[in-house]
Each structure stands twice: as C-alpha cells, then as structure tokens.
Design a protein around this ligand. Structure first.
Ligand SMILES: Cc1ncc(C[n+]2csc(CCOP(=O)(O)OP(=O)(O)O)c2C)c(N)n1
Length: 1061
C-alpha cells in the first residue's frame, strides 16, 4: 500500500489555484481551445520530489492514476505504452524519463485514428475522451431530465462540488489512520482542480459540436477511441466513435435517471454502478414486466381516486403526483425477496401511507375504508391514533417470487423522520433473533419526504448508525418522495444543498435520482437499489422526483403560495395515462385490456367499501406492527397478574459475582487499576455485599442465564461514564483484543450485547426502542451519558415511549438509565429532569385507588411507564429483573446515581437479593424511629441520593428517635398503599417532602398531591428543598453547598413550618 500511495502522491496533480494559474497561462482565452498548442504541465508532488512527465497535467493525471491502479491489478489492461511507462516509473526511473515514446502503436489503434498518428495528439485525445466519460459519470445527473414539471430550481453550474483529495492527504498526526483508509482510497481521485474543470468542461460541452473539447475537434466526432476500463458503454466493444461515446453517455446519465455515485470511495462499487447504468440496453423490460408495472400503476392511481371520490372532505395525504411509489416499493420487495429476504420492515411518513398499506402491505381494504367512518367505535383501551399513523404486520406470499415474506410498517407519530431509528432498531433485532448476521433475510426500507429528509437531523443521526457493528442493519433502501415542496415551502428556502438527498453522501450511499413520471425508469433504479443492497449491504437512496397534485393535504389550497407551480401541475398529464398510452402505442397492451384492469380494481374497491360498512368497531390491535406470539393470551391479555420473586439463590449470586470479578480468558492482561476493581468486587462477593455495578451485574447475569437477551447501549456504556461498570475488558498488550466476561457465564446462556454508541441520543434511543419492540424476551437498556442529555431524544420519549401503548396498543419494556443527582457539577450534568417524566405519568393524583391484593402489579399494568429512583443497589437489581418477570411490558425510567456508585453506605446485602425478595416500591423507616413510632415528630419522605444526606444529618443532630425517613423508590405508579401505611405508622408526625432538586423541578409537584390524597388531606405536606429556579443547578460549588445546608436545616427544624400552619 505504501508503494501505491507514494506513486499516487507522485502522480498527484496541481492544486486548484496552481492549476488555474498554469491553465490560464497556457490556454487561449477562447472557450473552444481551438488552435491551442498543447504544452504539458509539470507534475507537482506534495510529498515526493517534484516529478515531471511531459503529458501529465492537473486533469490528465487523474486518468493516468486511474490507469495506474488498473495496471497494478492487471498490467495487460492498459495500453502497452502505459505498461512501459508504469514499469519504468515503478522501477525508479527519474522524473521525465519513465515515458518512452512507443515506436509504433498497435496496428489496431493506428487504424482507428489514422495512418500516421501524432503520438502526443493520440495520447491527448484519449485522455480527453476519458475526461469526457468521467465528466458524464460524475456530473451527468446535473443534466438529467428529472423534474416532471421542468421547474427545478437548482443551478448545478453553481452547486458546490465534492473534492476528494483529502482521502490521500496525510491527515492523521498519529499515522494510524492508514489502515482504516487503505480500503477506501479512491482509485479515481477527483482532484481539487475539478472545480475549474467543471466550468471549463460545461462550457466546452456546450460548444462541443461547434468545435473543440480538450482539444477535440468537431472532426474528431467520427474518430474511434479506445474506451477505458472504467466505462461499460462499449459492452463488448473496446473502442467506439466519439459521437457514439457521447450518445451512449447521454443515454446512461442524462435521461430520466440521474446517478450520483462518483463520490463513493470504492472502485469496485463505482464499477458496479457504472455497469448497471452504462451497459447498453440495460433498461429493457419484458412484456410481462411492463404489464405488471401498468397494473401496479392502476392500483396506485385508482386507490387514491377512489378515496377522493368517497371521502372528498377527508384528509388522507394522498399520493397523487407520485403514483409510481407503489411499483417502486413493490419492485424493491420483489427483488429483495428473490435475493432471499423474508422480512421487510418499513417506516414512512404520511404521504401515500394508506396506499402503501393497501397496495404494498396488502391490508384489507375494508379495514382501511372503515376508518373514514366517524361513527366507528374504539374497541381498545387507550387513545388510539389517526389512520395514517397506524402500523401493520402482514405475512404473505410474494406473487413474483412465490416465497413467503413478512411486511411490517412501523406505527409512527407526526414527527417527521422520528421513526427512522426505530425501524432500524427493530430491523436489527429481527436480524439478531433469527441469526441473520449479515442482513440477508431481514431488511429495512425507509420512506422520506424531501423537505424532512434534508431538514431533520435525525436522518443524519440514523445514517451514522448504518455502518456501526452493533447498529448496522446491513443496508437500508431509502426512498424519497421528492415532490419538491414541504407543506408550503420551496426547496430553495428549505435546504442549502443541491439535492434533498445530499445527507446520504456521508455514508457513501449511491443516490439514484429518477423522474417519477417515467415508471420504467423508476422500477429500473429500484431494481438496482435492491441489488446494490443485496450485493454490498450498504444504504442506497432512490430519489423519486415528482410533484404533489393536491395541497399538503386534500383540504389545502396550494395556489396561495405556489401559483405557478400549481398552474403547471394542472396542465400535467397523469402518469398512469401517459404510461398506458405508451404501452398501447407500443402494442404491449390493448386499450380494452387497460380499461378492464381499471374496472377490475375499481370493483375490488367498491366491494370492500360495501363490506367496510359492516365494521362498527375499530380494533387497533389489528394494526399492530410487532406482535409477540405466545406472550399474551389469545385475546391479548397478560397470562397472569402477578410477579414472582425477583431474588436469586446464594449460589447464583456467588457464581455471577465471580464472573464479575475475574477474567475468563487465558493470557489476557488487564489494566492494573481494573485488577484492583475486580479484586474489590471479589472481596464484596466474599462479604455477601453488592455495590451499584455489582447489583447491575447480578441482574444482567441472572437474566442471561435464564435465556433472556440483554442489550445495553449508549455513549461509553461499556466501561460506564463513571468508570464503574467495566463490562468489556481490554487486553493491555494486544490492540482491539477484548473480552466480555458476562458472555462466559454458562454454555446455554443468552448473549449479552453491550455497545458504545455514536454520540447521539435521538438516534440511539430511537434505535433501542425499536430493538425492544421486536421481542418481549429481552432486556433492552439505553443509558444517557448524563441524564441531562436525554432531552435531545425528547421526541422518542414524548411520541413513542410515553404514549406508545395508548396510541398503538403496543407494549415496550425499554429501560432508560439516566444518571441524576445534584453534586455541584453545574446546570448540566446534574438533573435528568424527573419532573418531566412524572408530569407525563397517567395515574390520577386526586383519586385513591382501591388497594386490592394484586394492587402493585395491576397499577403497573395500568400505567404508561414506570419511574424509579432507587437508593440502593439491591433494589436496582430487583427492578431490572422485574422488567422481565412481569407478565407484560412497560417502559422503565430509572434515575441512576453518580456519587452513590462508590458511596460506602450505598451497598446491598445478598440477604436483600435472595429467593422471596422483591423490589421495594417504598423502603420504610427501620431504624430507631421505628421502635417507638408514636414518638416520632416528623416523617420525611424522600427519594434517591438525598436519603444519605438526610441520614447523615439526622445522625449528627441525634434526631434518630424523632425523625423517620421513608424512601419512595418507585415514584410512579405511586405506592399509595405503602405511603398510607407509613403515614399511619407515624401518626403523630408532621409530613415533609424533602428533595435536593429545585422546588419547581424534581418530584414535589408529583408526590405532594398524591401523598395528600393518600392521607385524605388530613395534614399538610411541607417542602424542604431548593427554591424554585430556572436552571436545574448552580454552577457555583459554594452556592451548591449553601443550598444543601439550608434545606437540611429546614428538614430537621421541627419548628420550621409552624408559621405556615
Ligand atoms: C418534526 C416535524 N416538524 C414539522 C411537521 C409539520 N409538517 C407536516 S408535513 C410537513 C411538510 C413535509 O414536507 P416533505 O417532507 O417534503 O413531505 P411531503 O408532505 O411533501 O410529502 C411539515 C412541515 C412535522 N410533521 N414534523
């Protein structure tokens, strides 16, 4: 590689400014270059001594370099003269002397360009033709006719260009990036002089026929040129006349398909794409294919027309203007099915969703139609959702391949693109659970709107997951419904990039722009996209350039804001009509057949419409995107309403404890500091105690041993932000050698996945939520670096986690671990904002629920999520295990500690974790105050870390007899029963809620009304805590401590609230 690199560096051309200077000096000012006597540029190298070859200039060296790489692979694939040159150069010939004028060119080539060629001109002309070919490959999409309306606003002559010289620049100060870059150094480097070339080139292209392109004359158009190995336009021919070369390039790159791919830094992938689009005749369709396509266009078009006819005053976000989306998706699914895909998971926004449900996923039409009936009653609990948000799961036979295929469309909120990472997570999980380690059986398809694709940051975050080992789904096919408008906003106001799809370039995904008014072009690119995914297992984008026939929805007036666009749209002939006429003209179908096909589908719709009137009840559970077979009873209920003990045997605790404190593989050197940590763990196990990390280990390890997959994901979770976890050990002597002891527990255990994520909350939390959707038999946890940062994922919390079951009758047991605690670390790094989670809990603060025998479990069943702030590791252990041992699934939010991770008192005993033990929703007072409860003057309720500050203060004030402290560990659903018992026990005590958070934050507003309801408002609930504030915490350490002192004083001043009585 080094040799190749050096040679590449030697061949590297001038910088843009140098090239511009030299070219300006040497080229005549006329755009045509006619009569320009060519003077070859000296080559400039950045690293090697200046080399000089007479024929190398800023542009030609690209092609020489291209040939050089090809030659390295096969010396015979380049012309003999280049073979000689490269051999000389490689064997160290001095600059300028490697080139040897060939005595005579092969008779074949001689005859191609004339009897006695001028060798210099011959080389130059070939280089010029290569430049021409490459220019089409790079920029042909700028000239393709993509916009069905012909009103596209992007001026590509001024659009930014991509420059890839940085791939070979020496960027890494450590010099360790080479290994990573080796495989992706593009063999066809685009140089910084391209910017210059584009303008010049475009000018030349325009004048091509009137004379001169890189010195090519009009008269050269009939000359025959040898084709480089980087083009497939020749098919079996290795040389073509220039005129034919241009024609074929125009056909490949400048018709209804615009291929954007030359930024991809992989020669094989570029070659693959070139072959797919350049090979003459690739876009041929059989009669059968054309007829199937027409039938699919009919379904797509007539479905929307039917809805419009029946419910003209209803919003449906129809597909009119992009009807070819349906055959597009069906083509992707057909080809993927043919390649072995059995399960396709899709996510999409509003536009065309009903059509996709009907014609791609094949939801029964009556189920769709009945939803337009305003009298339809809801059968399920919860709030439900509008019809164009619901999900779907359907297993069927793919008619084209005759194979089974499962299609699911994930339910989503209005929040555009929010579903993207969720789909990816679900896809990853389905792959994981069926052992599909390379994505051959399960794949995802994501649909996007053009404005949302460009505007929503979650798209970028999701792309960045696409190639990470623990997050990749091995390629997603993205389809953009690019109707060139976002609600009322034009693209020129909605994005700064030329295309809405530019975000995909970041992962080297090829982008196929296609004019959606050409259904054959659409299905061709979809076929290639599916093949790309099956071949390279990388993302790919299909950009369906279309229009929106109606307003944003059917009730909307688009002429207010886009008058000219909509005048044009009104003139536009419907795509179905255009395609049908084309096929009728070609004789592929008769008009009668076409009309019969329409009548057939209309009849299907009418019959379904009649049946839909019988539907009186809407069952949202029929719209479930992720069924969990066997987990519930047949009518969707939990199999029991109890939770077994979450404790473990002593033997089990010891066994997991040993795994947590040892290195299970031989010859593995861990860091000295870590050895001490493991030793300390071993000591704890000996003493039958656990700290936070060990409690977590016990929970995860035991679930794994019980066959439950555990997946912990988030930023730096492997070690743990606070360096307490260490679930992945790193060999100090062997790079990248790691070991996960939790995967060495027992031969029949479930796998443990612990993965550091990209630095994203929105994307990664969405992904884990999707992962948790796939199976109830897995504990999926996402940990925020600090709880503060969860709010960049707020949309996933607000739109999916909190109301997911209410909207979509879909349960989810995801666990959020949110480090939280006021420790003087400033406004951030302090608060996971418990108040926000608590405000969104659905339990009623004013109603005392009946305390039944199964109260604890049934209130869990009724809640929308569980909010826990545990003060001790044993309870943390129990709540994690309870997540799985419950007979249903609910999201669990845990505010986890920071300083408590190492607090000597925040330890648990094995006794608290043995069989028969449970998670304690409330930990009652058990000290001196409990001995004579009637003598207790004050009962302080608190939660989490402040408990340790309170007990320390109580001790120092010697108030252990007079003040009782009870910890509410499960804040929501609220332990009404236990709070009641505790208040009744200390019946003479006044009641205080103490928290370290500010008064308008934390838990106060949530717990106060509930405690009051519990005690039937018999007493006040006093507040001891920080004053209300805008920021979650002070940045001043001293202020922090003063605040702490103040509220502790208040909590233990038995007279403090007398004035307020
Ligand atoms: C995150 C978010 N912001 C704003 C909206 C409101 N909204 C709904 S549709 C829409 C326009 C979307 O345009 P585009 O992505 O091009 O899709 P189209 O509706 O044109 O198919 C907007 C702004 C939303 N649903 N979600």
């Amino acid at each position: 590689m080094l040799r190749l690199r050096t040679c590449a560096a030697r061949l590297r051309p001038l910088t843009a400014s140098q090239a511009a200077q030299t070219v300006a000096q040497q080229r005549p000012i006329t755009g045509t270059n006619r009569g320009h006597s060519r003077t070859f540029q000296p080559i400039r190298s950045y690293t090697a001594p200046v080399a000089s070859e007479p024929f190398l200039n800023g542009t030609s060296s690209n092609y020489v370099e291209e040939m050089y790489f090809a030659w390295l692979e096969d010396p015979k694939c380049v012309h003999k003269s280049w073979d000689v040159f490269f051999r000389n150069a490689n064997s160290g010939a001095a600059p300028g002397s490697a080139y040897t004028s060939p005595l005579s060119l092969s008779p074949h080539v001689s005859s191609m360009v004339g009897a006695q060629p001028n060798t210099e001109k011959l080389v130059e002309d070939h280089l010029a033709v290569q430049s021409l070919i490459r220019a089409y490959q790079v920029m042909g999409h700028h000239k393709a006719s993509l916009d069905p309306l012909g009103i596209s606003c992007v001026n590509f002559d001024e659009a930014p260009l991509n420059i890839r010289g940085h791939h070979v620049a020496q960027l890494d100060p450590l010099g360790i990036m080479d290994t990573d870059l080796d495989s992706c150094v593009p063999a066809d480097i685009i140089t910084s002089s391209d910017k210059l070339d584009l303008t010049v080139f475009m000018e030349r292209l325009r004048v091509l026929t009137v004379g001169g392109f890189y010195g090519l004359q009009e008269s050269d158009l009939d000359k025959v040129f040898r084709l480089p190995t980087t083009t497939f336009i020749g098919a079996s021919e290795s040389a073509l006349p220039l005129k034919e070369i241009i024609r074929r390039l125009e056909m490949a790159y400048c018709q209804h398909i615009g291929v954007e791919f030359m930024f991809i830094n992989d020669l094989e992938q570029c070659q693959w794409i070139r072959e797919k689009f350049e090979t003459p005749g690739v876009m041929q369709f059989t009669l059968e294919e054309k007829r199937t396509l027409l039938a699919r266009m009919i379904r797509s078009t007539r479905f929307e027309e039917f809805l419009q006819k029946k419910w003209s005053a209803e919003k449906r976000f129809g597909l009119e203007g992009c009807e070819s989306l349906i055959p597009a998706l069906k083509t992707i699914i057909d080809y993927s099915s043919a390649k072995g895909v059995e399960n396709v998971i899709m996510g999409m926004p509003h536009r065309g969703r009903l059509n996709v449900l009907a014609n791609v996923i094949r939801k029964e039409l009556e189920q769709i139609f009945c939803q337009f009936d305003s009298k339809l009653e809801a059968a399920d609990e919860g709030t439900g959702d509008v019809k164009y948000h619901l999900g779907m799961y359907h297993r069927r036979i793919n008619r084209v391949t005759d194979r089974n295929i499962t299609l699911s469309l994930v339910a989503n909120p209005s929040h555009l693109e929010a579903v993207d990472p969720v789909v990816q997570g679900k896809t990853k999980a389905e792959q994981f659970y069926c052992g599909d380690s390379d994505g051959k059986r399960v794949m995802s398809i994501l649909l996007h709107g053009d404005a949302a694709f460009a505007g929503q940051g979650i798209v970028y975050e999701t792309f960045h997951l696409s190639d990470l080992p623990s997050y990749t789904t091995h390629g997603t096919v993205h389809v953009v419904v690019n109707n060139q408008i976002g609600f009322t906003t034009d693209p020129r106001m909605a994005r700064s990039s030329p295309y809405p799809t530019d975000v995909a370039r970041v992962v080297n995904a090829p982008i196929f722009h296609v004019n959606a008014d050409d259904p054959e072009a659409v299905i061709y690119v979809c076929k290639v996209a599916a093949e790309w995914r099956a071949t390279f297992h990388k993302d790919v984008v299909v950009d369906l350039v279309c229009y929106r026939k109606m307003g944003h929805n059917e009730m909307d007036e688009p002429m207010f804001t886009q008058p000219l666009m909509y005048k044009q749209i009104k003139k536009q002939k419907a795509v179905l009509q255009k395609y049908a006429e084309k096929l009728i003209t070609e004789g592929a179908v008769s008009r009668q057949e076409y009309e019969e096909e329409i009548a057939k589908y209309d009849k299907i719709c009418e019959e379904a419409y009649a049946r839909s009137k019988d539907e009186k009840i809407l069952h949202i559970k029929h719209w479930l995107d992720s069924p969990w077979p066997g987990f519930f009873t047949l009518d969707g209920q939990p199999k029991s309403m109890s939770c077994p003990s979450t404790g473990l045997t002593e033997e089990n605790l010891n066994h997991i404890g040993q795994a947590a404190s040892s290195v299970p593989v031989e010859d593995f050197t861990i860091h000295g500091g870590l050895s001490r940590i493991l030793k300390a763990r071993a000591e704890m196990v000996k003493k039958r105690t656990v700290d936070w990390a060990l409690g977590e280990y016990m929970a995860f390890g035991s679930l794994l041993k019980e066959g439950i997959h555990v997946r912990l994901s988030g930023q730096d979770v492997e070690r743990g932000t606070f360096s307490h976890r260490h679930h992945v050990l790193h060999d100090q002597n062997v790079d990248k050698r790691t070991c996960i002891p939790m995967n060495h527990l027992s031969p029949d255990q479930a796998p443990y996945t612990v993965c550091n994520s990209s630095l994203s909350e929105y994307g990664v939390l969405g992904f884990e939520l999707g992962f948790a959707m796939a199976s109830p038999n897995a504990l999926i946890l996402w940990e925020a670096q600090f709880g503060d940062f969860h709010n960049t994922a707020q949309c996933i919390i607000d739109q999916f986690i909190c109301p997911g079951q209410a909207k979509w009758v879909r349960q989810n047991g995801i666990v959020l671990l949110l480090p939280h605690g006021m420790e003087g670390m400033g406004p951030e790094h302090s608060s996971a904002r418990p108040e926000r989670f608590l405000q969104m809990c659905n339990d009623d603060p004013d109603v005392m629920p009946p305390i039944t025998e199964d109260f604890a479990v049934s209130q869990l069943y009724d809640c929308n999520w569980i909010v826990v702030n545990s003060s001790c590791p044993a309870n943390y252990f129990h709540v994690l295990r309870r997540q799985i041992l419950l007979p249903f699934r609910k999201p669990l939010i845990v505010f986890t500690p920071k300083s408590l991770l190492r607090h000597p008192e925040a330890r648990g005993s094995f006794d608290d974790m043995l069989p028969g033990t449970h998670f304690q929703r409330l930990i009652p007072e058990s000290g001196a105050a409990a001995q004579s409860p009637h003598a207790v003057k004050r009962l302080i309720f608190c939660t989490g870390k402040v408990y340790y500050e309170l007990t320390k203060e109580r001790k120092s004030r010697e108030m252990e007899d007079s003040v009782a402290i009870a910890r509410i560990e499960q804040l929501s659903p609220f332990p009404f029963d236990q709070v009641k018992a505790e208040s009744e026990r200390f019946s003479n005590a006044d009641l205080v809620w103490c928290q370290e958070e500010h008064k308008n934050q934390g838990y106060y507003d949530y717990v106060k009304p509930r405690i009051r309801t519990t005690i039937q408002r018999a007493k006040p609930v006093w507040y001891a805590g920080r004053d209300p504030a805008a920021a979650p915490a002070t940045g001043n350490k001293n202020t922090h401590l003063v605040e702490l002192r103040r509220f502790l004083d208040m909590a233990f001043d038995l007279q403090a609230f007398q004035d307020q009585q």
